[in-house]
Design a protein around this ligand. Structure first.
Ligand SMILES: NC(=O)c1ccc[n+]([C@@H]2O[C@H](COP(=O)([O-])OP(=O)(O)OC[C@H]3O[C@@H](n4cnc5c(N)ncnc54)[C@H](O)[C@@H]3O)[C@@H](O)[C@H]2O)c1
Ligand SMILES: O=C(O)[C@H](O)[C@H](O)COP(=O)(O)O
Length: 382
């Protein structure tokens, strides 16, 4: 069996080697000729999987080791009887780490503290619901918007975006890209809604770039300049708008979900799905793939202010500023599109907050609740 596998998928041999021979390729370069004689195609989000790629091929299974599926024409796959699986939730914890790391940095730069903020979350699925739980645990006021869930589950706990957009200190977008239907998300934040964002608001988009009208956002940032943008996803990746990148306080190359844990979870989930598709058994456990973290624990002995303690622990694991700086550097060196993709291909090892055991001693034991709510393992030392 021949499997074409994106080169940016970790543990590919461990997850797919037992099923056949792997051909590793850069995701943006996989062409119809490359997959014509393949039996399975394993991708991430940058390969358009559609009729143009697969018509006439012998591919019987497509797996994407990602949460997002907007790059896959699932109707075409179903029509052709091609098996399909994605990896829901695989990197959701990493995206929440990204949001917390970014907000803690902006709080430090702009002189506010986390607990006093009102945050609107748009899209309360795997990412948004985990974010809601962590922020609520940290004492923030959180407002939630998810019309598809409100329709299915009842309106309680959900608001319409227009009911709260103007009163959020922070608005976080975690919506998929949906191009048609009653809940389409393309330019969900259109020019009018971008204009309605409160002065001083932080807009963070870690869903899909097309969910925000980039030109409208660029005008607000370069005109009134009274809001702050944290952007991980962009229209027209990897050739993103250079002016918008310059205007964003934190600008990163679609890596919010790029923890090693999140990527490995994606590989493993597709391994499981392919085994099911083939009727093969699998004894590979997720824990077999996951190495121990480089930094397993740290010890706090003083009762620091909560935000300071959170920043200290967050930055020991992951710091969004590193990814902002590396995009800046690689774009200067290679130009926009190549620099953007280089950062993603050469992404440094990153673990999730939950891999760090924060040990509290003495007065620092008062920090148990917020550190726990933020997603770290926390223990009290005698
Ligand atoms: N930046 C990154 O690295 C990164 C990582 C993971 C996921 N993502 C993106 O984030 C998206 C969300 O991830 P997830 O795991 O939470 O997905 P999910 O499918 O679990 O949740 C998406 C939620 O958005 C809601 N939604 C759909 N249309 C909406 C609308 N018009 N308004 C408000 N809510 C709407 C859905 O009902 C659902 O609850 C993914 O589809 C993916 O595109 C990006
Ligand atoms: O949809 C997802 O899971 C994320 O956007 C994911 O991080 C995308 O990763 P990529 O395909 O860009 O490697």
């Amino acid at each position: 069996m021949k499997l074409v596998v994106d080169a940016n998928i970790p543990a590919a041999e461990a997850c797919f080697g037992a099923f056949g021979t792997l051909t590793r390729m850069a995701g943006r370069e996989i062409s119809a000729a490359d997959v014509a004689d393949a039996d399975a195609l394993i991708v991430r989000s940058i390969t358009q999987v559609d009729r143009a790629l697969l018509a006439g091929s012998q591919v019987g299974f497509v797996g994407t080791c990602t949460i997002g599926t907007d790059h896959v024409d699932q109707a075409f796959l179903a029509e052709q009887g091609i098996g399909f699986a994605s990896a829901p939730g695989c990197n959701a914890e990493a995206v929440v780490d990204y949001v917390l790391s970014s907000l803690l940095t902006l709080a430090e730069r702009e002189g506010w503290s986390l607990a006093e903020r009102t945050v609107g979350i748009v899209g309360v699925g795997n990412v948004g619901s985990r974010l809601l739980a962590r922020l609520t645990g940290l004492g923030l006021t959180v407002l939630a918007c998810d019309p598809p869930r409100a329709e299915r589950e009842g309106a309680e706990g959900f608001l319409a975006l227009d009911e709260f957009i103007a009163r959020c200190d922070v608005l976080c977008l975690h919506t998929p890209l949906v191009t048609s239907g009653p809940h389409a998300t393309r330019h969900l934040l259109d020019a009018q809604r971008v204009d309605e964002l409160a002065s001083g608001c932080v807009l963070l988009n870690a869903g899909r770039g097309d969910c925000v009208d980039g030109l409208a956002l660029r005008s607000r940032l370069s005109g009134k300049g009274d809001i702050t943008a944290v952007l991980d996803v962009w229209e027209q990746e990897p050739a993103i708008d250079p002016s918008l990148r310059d205007l964003a306080a934190l600008a990163t190359p679609h890596i919010a979900g790029y923890s090693l844990d999140g990527k490995l979870r994606g590989s493993w989930m597709i391994h499981q799905a392919l085994a099911r598709h083939l009727g093969a058994s699998s004894s590979l456990a997720f824990s077999d793939l996951r190495p121990p973290p480089a930094l397993a624990s740290l010890r706090l002995e003083q009762a620091l202010p909560v935000d300071e303690a959170l920043r200290l622990c967050a930055r020991a694991v992951y710091d969004t500023r590193r990814d902002h700086d590396s995009l800046q550097r690689e774009v200067l060196r290679l130009g926009m599109a190549r620099g953007f993709d280089r950062c993603r291909a050469d992404y440094p090892l990153r673990r999730e907050f939950a891999t760090l055991d924060v040990q509290l001693a003495g007065d620092a034991t008062s920090l148990y609740a917020p550190l726990n709510a933020a997603g770290f393992q926390v223990s009290r030392l005698p």
